[in-house]
Write a protein that binds this ligand. Sequence first.
Ligand code: C2E
Ligand code: CA
Ligand code: CA
Ligand code: CA
Length: 275
Amino acid sequence: GRNTVCFFDPEMQAVVTANATLAADLRQAWRENQFHIDYQPQVGPDGRMTGVEALVRWHHPLRGVVPPDQFIPAAEETSLILPIGRWVLDTACAQLAAWEHRPDRRHLSIAVNVSVKQFRHPEFVDEVMQAIEQSGVQPHKLKLELTESLLADGIDVTIAKMGSLKDMGVTLSLDDFGIGYSSLSYLKRLPLDQLKIDREFVKDILTDSNDAAIAKTVIGLAHSLDLDVIAEGVETEEQRAFLERQGCHSYQGYLFCRPLPIEELEAFMDRLPAM
Ligand code: C2E
Ligand code: CA
Ligand code: CA
Ligand code: CA
């Protein structure tokens, strides 16, 4: 009309269209099994592998490999994260079960990322239970990586759900700790096993005194709460040595190994020195 101004921003339109396309592509990708899982080793105090983190990958026939940071948000929005997340969980448990037959592999754990929407879902605890029962794996080998954003739901609900998972014997790790809510006072109420120092703080740990201070604080906090602590995104020996001096003894990052498809991971493990 005469008095209304109408903006048409072609760039914004392009974003809207791209998101709609992404959502449609994701649904198709799920139907056509375009997802696979890479596994990235985690290393313990003595330098030996203690387990892996499962990281989902999307191989689009035209787009190529789409990084999870680009599709997980859309998968959350469309709720496709529910079947995808469940598939990652089931696949991880099946993998653990396969490793239980191998004396050189049976000590390994698998960490699975849990999205907020997945954790909130009323069936989530049952689905974890089913994944464990169907695979027959020892529950502590399944590590669920949760994020602070869960606390937005209300601490009591979150604690109760985490409690049910702990009762099952599952290991719980708090991922990306330090970048979300200021939840220090809640932290001690959460039934956790591990804190994970985000790559964001490890990246510049040697040059940025703020990042170094945050990493130190998280490590100190983990020790005082009697939790394990692992640093992710460790790319250099200098970063590893710094973290070790601060009291962090578990690591994940390119220094040790990139995330690998299962066949390559098995080959990587075959080349490791015998234990
Ligand atoms: P995240 O959980 O923080 O995972 C760690 C990310 O750091 C991974 O990125 C991993 O490939 C990358 N990384 C590991 N070591 C290094 C290193 O030394 N240097 C650098 N530069 N990067 C390193 P990726 O695989 O792209 O995953 C990104 C995020 O997507 C994950 O962040 C996680 O939040 C999410 N994600 C991945 N798989 C799943 C899944 O199955 N379910 C859910 N809900 N989220 C997932
Ligand atoms: Ca993670
Ligand atoms: Ca992280
Ligand atoms: Ca992250």
